[in-house]
Write a protein that binds this ligand. Structure first.
Ligand code: AMP
Length: 281
């Protein structure tokens, strides 16, 4: 595996790969790799000749009171993990390399961001869209892999790629979970022992919602009520949001039908956990 830290070198490699007729799968991450990231890398390996993984903790997508400085980082371990699971290139630019001077342009996301994490984290998806657009120009992949744990991110990138006619295929990948249902996340290390014990309630609440819908419930209100009851009874966290929306349009729904997302966010002491289920009713 080749570790690359400059944009120029990454773009040169991409040109060489294009000349050699190699397809490129790209997995953008913020590092501190876990099984969720690994599943994306392995899927990219199966579907492409070459896999590029990026590790970049993007300051633009963190709010002023968020965890940019304390976000967990471990490059040495990440290099080993990425290599072991089939990455051919690890793109690891510095903040100065990605954002060298005062910028002239930035992207503003206009749709799909007035709900869920977009509502709780103003500007977050502008930062995501800007860095993803930059990474797409640098890596030039045929396919880009995203986890559905961050389903709103997939919906926003889907809009971005379509709006700017980016010639890349988005591959959404299933959420990888701990054996007790907790979605794997780099931020799970922030949970106290007690919070970690409570955290499976997030997935449990979503599965209960799914069962209600499978049993014929078509009104969102009782489903939202049940999820709220489980989260407030079984966790000490503060509920940030519980929403049911259309997917990927992220519009409110009066009736549970077609493709919907049930998404939740709970703030614990040092970690804010998100989870969701996407269902076709
Ligand atoms: P992050 O490093 O948190 O920015 O995540 C990088 C990519 O890995 C994103 O596309 C995430 O959606 C994806 N990812 C993170 N956690 C999981 C998980 N538990 N299962 C599947 N994909 C995940």
């Amino acid at each position: 595996m080749n570790v690359i830290s400059t944009i120029k070198e990454m773009q040169k490699k991409r040109k060489d790969l294009f000349i050699d007729g190699k397809s490129v799968g790209f997995v953008p991450t913020m590092g501190y790799l876990h099984e969720g990231h690994i599943s994306l890398i392995e899927q990219a390996k199966q579907e492409n000749d070459v896999v590029v993984v990026s590790i970049f903790v993007n300051p633009l997508q963190f709010g002023p009171n968020e965890d940019f400085d304390s976000y967990p980082r471990d490059l040495e371990r990440d290099e080993k993990v990425a290599k072991e699971h089939g990455a051919d290139f690890l793109f690891y630019p510095s903040v100065e390399e990605m954002y060298p001077q005062e910028r002239t342009t930035t992207l503003t996301v206009m749709n799909r961001v007035d709900v869920l994490c977009g509502a709780s984290r103003p500007g977050h998806f502008d930062g995501v869209a800007t860095v993803v657009m930059k990474l797409l120009q640098i890596v030039g992949p045929d396919r880009i892999y995203f986890g559905l744990k961050d389903a709103q991110q997939v919906a926003v990138v889907d809009g971005l790629v379509s709006d700017f006619n980016v010639p890349v295929e988005i591959i959404p990948c299933a959420t990888v979970r701990e054996s007790d249902g907790l979605a794997k996340s780099s931020r799970n290390v922030y949970l106290s022992e007690q919070e970690r014990a409570e955290a499976p309630a997030l997935f449990e609440s979503l599965k209960t919602a799914e069962s209600m819908i499978e049993d014929g419930e078509r009104n969102p209100e009782p489903v939202l009520g049940k999820v709220k009851e489980i989260l407030s009874q079984q966790t000490s966290g503060e509920i940030d949001y519980i929403e049911i929306l259309s997917y990927p349009g992220l519009k409110p729904v009066a009736k549970l039908e077609n493709k919907i997302i049930i998404a939740i966010a709970v703030k614990f002491n040092k970690a804010r956990l998100i989870d969701n289920l996407i269902l076709t009713v």
